[in-house]
Each structure stands twice: as structure tokens, then as C-alpha cells.
Design a binder for this molecule. Structure first.
Ligand code: TPP
Ligand code: MG
Length: 669
């Protein structure tokens, strides 16, 4: 044997043994938990061993190093692959006990990787397709950050492991199309090309040529034997040099090493069984006890985990040597700090609005607010899914990002709401930028999967959703949201804002940007609304969630609760009631979730003890909790219709008269 062949064979043996450590931990953990997915970790062990031991730039001792490569397990069901890697590489959070507690309550090793549970889990995955789309956002953030700060500070790759399922999901198409268009060359996807999903062979559901699909989207593509670590490593080496994002299809056998089950869907999502686990040990010549990793193998892995320690220190030196103001800006952006000037900007906008009393659509006042904020905050990254003008997310201060120039602060996401929302999560997860972007509220369901994940991961992302009711008029029922606000309010850890006027819009932006651990939805009107807050107040009243915007002249007999464009109608109703001697207060409720956080005394004082009527141009669902025992509701009970907005409000009886009559009915007067 010549020396090269001999060396290759030694490397192969060592890499296979390291990969087998992943296989053993994964199958043993799944077996012990008596649930989980061994197929993917067994199948992809060789490929990820090549990635983690030869390419991935990370230091297990400093898992949050800003310039680390990101690794996203888009196929989240294969979570034991990630947990094994983190343990083997020496991440402190991931102990062998955590591995033994796979899928148990309170462990860091949840069924699917959960962001925030352990360092090294870069995002929550499980809903297929989300990982790859989110990774595109991370790669975009990396690219922009490296343009803004230079490659000395920012120069890392984003790696993804995606399976057949992730690539079948429609969201993957939006994401790969945009990644190819922007030429995000530091995005590298390892496709676990095993031809198996839960129902069996993928032959039964697809005959697509993934390489051609990616190629047509502007990607560099290659195809390797996923069990040949050397081939995978060299494919990655090559992928790193291209000017396009890269797909490396790794042909693998699901459940590799399980002699009776490999290559079948039986290994996808069930324990292999004690007998088969014993057979795997024989096949792989892995003679160790469950959860036992021999010292030599563990040491090789730990070395891989600290491979980049010197690189990290050199990076730290470069950061330390950077001029003070750039360094400060870099650190602030990575930490997500807001400039101190933001509060003053919001205050001055509020004061201007209160003085000039504009009659603007809230999407327009939002545009004015964003114009100011984008100038003040280099960390804001705005955008829209092809509705820039409609959403008001592209004010004069915005400049577009293109494939040739990433210095701008505005992303044209194209008509890709699913991927846009996922990418926004990726931008927030990467750190550096605070993403905000828009579409119509009626299409919020397209974003919903990612909004939910963002809420679960506690990331600051602002979804601007305009045309927020029948008030949009002639575009008709397909475009008129009815149930959307209610359904968004149902998502935990999501704040849904529906500001009533320009002043509340400015306040809502301050609230949304001020919450580092919560995504927000900004529901904004297409139609003009009057400015109701004519008296400038420094306090951010929207931060209370709800407040009395018009007090009753005498003893309060009833309370009208309203949001957004219906607050003005509520005030009109209150005035009509006052004319007939009925004293009611009007409460503006721009954000239920923030109101929930107020103490009981405040809530009681705002809601009043008498009867209540709510008005919102949406469905009633959810409102009863604020209405108490005697409550009425004025809103929608079905889909909208096409017609001028004013006529629609009359047609659906969302009027001051309807509110007045409802109050009279409840008060029996
Ligand atoms: C959006 C979504 N739909 C369905 C599922 C349920 N599910 C989990 S894994 C899987 C099959 C995935 O196949 P593949 O990606 O090829 O994984 P492999 O079986 O090769 O490990 C399905 C349908 C999911 N997790 N997310
Ligand atoms: Mg598969």
C-alpha cells in the first residue's frame, strides 16, 4: 500500500470510530427513553463528523463567540445527533446525564432541539423546513454584518443538515430561491439524501431532482457518498470556495449500522429494540457499555471541540484592537442594545403628532416613526414581502439590500411570506440586527409557523401587518382579516399591537423594540384615522396595554373597549351616549398581552365595574374575558365583502350607533 492510501485508510477508520460514538449515544439514548429518532443520527454520523472535526469553526468553551460558524439541524427529529455532538465536543451544558435523560421532563435534551435549553442549540427545530429557511436569515445577517464591520470581525459559515422532509416543505423553495438570488455563498446545506421519510420510500411522494432544483435557484451543488467522511470533507472544502450557496447531497442509508433495519422507515422514529441495538454493536465493532465512550475516542472529540480556540483568541485580539467606537457599536449590536436616543425620538414624534393631529392611516404614521428610527438605529433591518409601499416599511431613510450590496437596511423579501418570517427569526438568532418586515394581516397565516417559533424561542422580531380589517375596502374578503387578530393573540409570548392613532403607533414601536425576548405583531390600518391623543403625555400609555382614553363626565355607567381604527368610533358612541345623559368611559386597548401584565387594581380601574361593550372589526373570540358577565360586542361574525370601507362598516354594523344601542340594551335604558 502506498502511504497516501494507508493514511486515508487510517483517517477513515478514526473518523468512522468517532462517528460510531454518535451512533452509540444516539441509539442508546433513544432506547433508554423508549422514544425518539435513531435513523437520522445513524445515517448522518459520518457526514457531521467530517464537518465538526475538520470544518466547523467553534469553541465549545465559548459557545456564544460571535464569529462562530452556525450549525442548524433543520431535521430536528434527529436531535440526538446534535446532543451527541455537543456532549462529545465538550460543551459544558451537555453532560452525559443529560444524554441519559433524553426526552425527560426538565432535561436539556428535549425531544426536538429547543433554543435556550443548552448552549450550542442555535435554534429550535422540529417543524420541518423552518431550519433551512431560518438559516438563510442567519447567512444574510452574517453577510451584512461582515460588510458593516469587515471580515476581520465577521467571517463565518452557516451549515445546515436538512432531510427529505425539509426539502419537500414549500418554505424551503422560497428560502433557497432567495439565498441563491442573493448569492449567500457562506451557506452550506448538507442534504441527508436517504430517500426515506415516515411513510416509507420517498418514491411514493416525489420524483424531483433536488440537485437540479437547487442549481436552478442559483446554488452550487454536489453529490457525495454520505458515509465517506473524506469525500464529505472535501466537498465542504470546495463548497467554501464558491460564490454561491452550496448544497451537498449526502447519499446515506437511514439507520446505518442496524443490520436488520437500516435503509427502512422503521429506523426513522422508533427505538431500534434491545436485540437490534446489540446487533449494531457487533456490526460497528463497538464493544462498549451504553453511554460509555472510550477515552481515546472522547479525547479526539474534545480536541475537535477546542480546535478553533486559538482562532477565537486571535479574533478577540482583533476586536480588542478595533477602535473604541466601532468596538462599542459591534458589541451593542451583538447584544441587541437599543440606543439611548430612542426614547427621546419617540417622545418628540409623539409630541409632533399630538400637536399636528394628522389624519393618517396607522401604516403611514408607522412609516414616519420608522423613518426616524432607521436613521437612529443601524441595527434595524426593515423589509417587506413585495408590499413595501403598502406596508410603510420602506421610508426615505431605508436603502435596499441587493446581491451586490449588503450595506442597506432594507430587504426586499419578494412574495415569500413563509421564508421571510423564518429568515427574520434567523436574523434575530444570529444577532446584530433587529428584523422588522411587513405583509398584509390577512396573510399572517403564511408567516404563522415562524411567528410561533419566534415566540417559542423568545426572539425580538417585529411583524408589520397592515390592512388590518374590512377597513381596507375594495380588495374584499380574501384580503380582509377577520379571525387573524384573535388567532395571533392565542400564541403565547407574542405581543399583538393594534394602535389607534399616530401617537399609539409611536408608543407601540417603543414597546415592541424594547422587548428583547418577545416577538410582536403590529396591526395597522390601510384607511386614515384621526389622532385621538391631542394632549402630549411623556408616559407611554400603550405600555400599559390598555388605558382610559376618554373618561366619563360623571359616574361611569358603562365602559367601551376598543382597539385600532375602532377607538375613534367608540369615542363617537360615548359622545352620543353623553348627549342622552349616559356617562361612559372609552378604553383604548392597543395590546392585550401588556394589559394582562398590569396589576389587578389598575386593570379594575381601567375596565370599570359596570357593563362593558367591546368594538373591534374582527371576530369576538377572546373578548369575553374582558367583558365580564354583562358584556356586548360589536364586530364581525363572518367574512367581509368588497366595497368602499365606509359602506362596509355600515353594512356590517360596526358603527357608533351600534355601540350606543348595545350600551343602552345592557343598561336597559
Ligand atoms: C412541518 C412538519 N410536518 C410534519 C412533521 C412530522 N415529521 C417529522 S419527521 C418526518 C419525516 C421526515 O423525513 P426526512 O426528513 O426524510 O427524515 P428521515 O426520515 O430521513 O430522518 C415527518 C413527516 C414535522 N416534524 N414537521
Ligand atoms: Mg429522509
Amino acid at each position: 500500500m502506498d502511504t497516501k492510501v494507508q493514511k486515508d485508510s487510517e483517517i477513515r477508520q478514526q473518523q468512522r470510530r468517532m462517528a460510531n460514538a454518535i451512533r452509540a449515544l444516539s441509539m442508546d439514548a433513544v432506547q433508554k427513553a423508549n422514544s425518539g429518532h435513531p435513523g437520522l443520527p445513524l445515517g448522518m454520523a459520518d457526514a457531521v463528523t467530517a464537518l465538526f472535526t475538520q470544518h466547523l469553526k467553534f469553541d465549545a468553551a465559548d459557545p456564544y463567540w460571535a464569529d462562530r460558524d452556525r450549525f442548524i439541524l433543520s431535521a430536528g427529529h434527529g436531535s440526538m445527533l446534535l446532543y451527541s455532538l455537543l456532549y462529545l465536543c465538550g460543551y459544558q451544558d451537555m453532560t452525559i446525564d443529560e444524554i441519559k435523560n433524553f426526552r425527560q421532563l426538565g432535561s436539556k435534551t428535549a425531544g426536538h432541539p429547543e433554543y435556550g435549553y443548552a448552549a450550542g442549540i442555535e435554534m429550535t427545530t422540529g417543524p420541518l423546513g423552518q431550519g433551512i429557511a431560518t438559516a438563510v436569515g442567519m447567512a444574510l445577517a452574517e453577510k451584512k454584518m461582515s460588510v458593516d464591520f469587515g471580515e476581520k470581525l465577521v467571517d463565518h459559515f452557516t451549515y445546515v443538515v436538512a432531510g427529505d422532509g425539509c426539502l419537500m416543505e414549500g418554505i424551503s423553495h422560497e428560502a433557497i430561491d432567495l439565498a441563491g438570488h442573493l448569492g449567500l455563498s457562506k451557506l452550506i446545506v448538507l442534504f441527508d439524501d436517504n430517500g426515506i421519510s415516515i411513510d416509507g420510500s420517498t418514491d411514493i411522494t416525489t420524483s424531483i431532482d433536488q440537485l437540479k432544483r437547487f442549481e436552478a435557484s442559483g446554488w452550487d451543488v454536489s453529490y457525495v457518498d454520505g458515509h465517506d467522511g473524506i469525500a464529505v470533507a472535501s466537498a465542504i472544502s470546495r463548497a467554501k470556495t464558491t460564490s454561491q450557496p452550496s448544497l451537498i447531497a449526502c447519499k446515506t442509508i437511514i439507520g446505518f449500522g442496524a443490520p436488520n433495519k437500516q435503509g427502512t422507515a422503521a429506523t426513522h422514529g422508533a427505538p431500534l429494540g434491545e436485540d437490534e441495538v446489540a446487533e449494531v454493536r457487533k456490526t460497528l465493532e463497538w464493544e462498549y457499555e451504553p453511554f460509555e465512550i472510550p477515552d481515546d475516542c472522547l479525547q479526539s472529540w474534545r480536541q475537535a471541540g477546542s480546535r478553533a480556540a486559538l482562532q477565537r483568541r486571535a479574533w478577540q485580539d482583533r476586536l480588542d484592537a478595533t477602535d473604541r467606537s466601532t468596538r462599542q457599536r459591534f458589541n451593542d449590536m451583538v447584544e441587541g442594545a437599543l440606543p439611548q436616543s430612542m426614547a427621546a425620538e419617540i417622545d418628540s414624534l409623539k409630541s409632533e403628532f399630538s400637536e399636528s393631529l394628522p389624519k393618517l392611516a396607522t401604516r403611514q404614521s408607522s412609516e414616519k416613526v420608522l423613518d426616524r428610527l432607521l436613521q437612529e438605529m443601524p441595527s434595524l433591518l426593515s423589509g417587506s414581502a413585495d408590499l413595501s409601499g403598502s406596508n410603510g416599511t420602506r421610508p426615505a431613510a431605508a436603502t435596499s439590500i441587493t446581491g451586490d450590496d449588503f450595506s442597506g437596511n432594507y430587504m426586499h423579501y419578494g412574495v415569500r411570506e413563509h421564508a421571510m418570517a423564518a429568515m427574520m427569526n434567523g436574523i434575530a438568532l444570529h444577532g446584530g440586527y433587529i428584523p422588522l418586515s411587513g405583509t398584509f394581516l390577512a396573510f399572517a397565516d403564511y408567516n404563522r409557523a415562524a411567528i410561533r417559533l419566534g415566540a417559542l424561542m423568545k426572539k425580538r422580531v417585529v411583524h408589520v401587518m397592515t390592512h388590518d380589517s374590512i377597513g381596507l375596502g375594495e380588495d374584499g374578503p380574501t384580503h380582509q382579516p377577520v379571525e387573524h387578530i384573535a388567532s395571533l393573540r392565542a400564541i403565547p409570548n407574542l405581543t399583538v399591537f393594534r394602535p389607534a392613532d399616530a401617537v399609539e403607533v409611536a408608543e407601540a414601536w417603543q414597546c415592541a423594540l424594547g422587548q428583547a425576548n418577545t416577538p410582536s405583531v403590529m396591526c395597522l390600518t390601510r384607511q386614515g384615522v384621526p389622532t385621538l391623543r391631542g394632549q402630549h403625555e411623556r408616559e407611554n400609555l400603550t405600555a400599559r396595554g390598555a388605558y382610559v382614553i376618554r373618561e366619563a363626565a360623571g359616574k361611569r355607567q358603562a365602559t367601551i373597549l376598543a382597539t385600532g381604527s375602532e377607538v375613534a368610533i367608540a369615542i363617537e358612541a360615548a359622545e352620543r351616549l353623553a348627549q342622552i345623559g349616559v356617562q361612559v368611559a372609552v378604553v383604548s386597548m392597543p395590546c392585550w398581552e401588556l394589559f394582562e401584565r398590569q396589576d389587578e387594581d389598575y386593570q379594575k380601574a381601567v375596565l370599570g365595574s359596570g357593563c362593558r361593550v367591546a368594538i373591534e372589526a374582527g371576530v369576538r373570540m377572546g373578548w369575553d374575558r374582558w367583558l365580564g358577565r354583562r358584556g356586548g360586542f360589536v364586530g364581525m361574525t363572518g367574512f367581509g365583502a368588497s366595497g368602499p370601507a365606509g359602506q362596509l362598516y355600515e353594512h356590517f354594523n360596526i358603527t357608533a350607533e351600534a355601540v350606543r344601542d348595545e350600551v343602552r340594551r345592557l343598561l336597559q335604558i
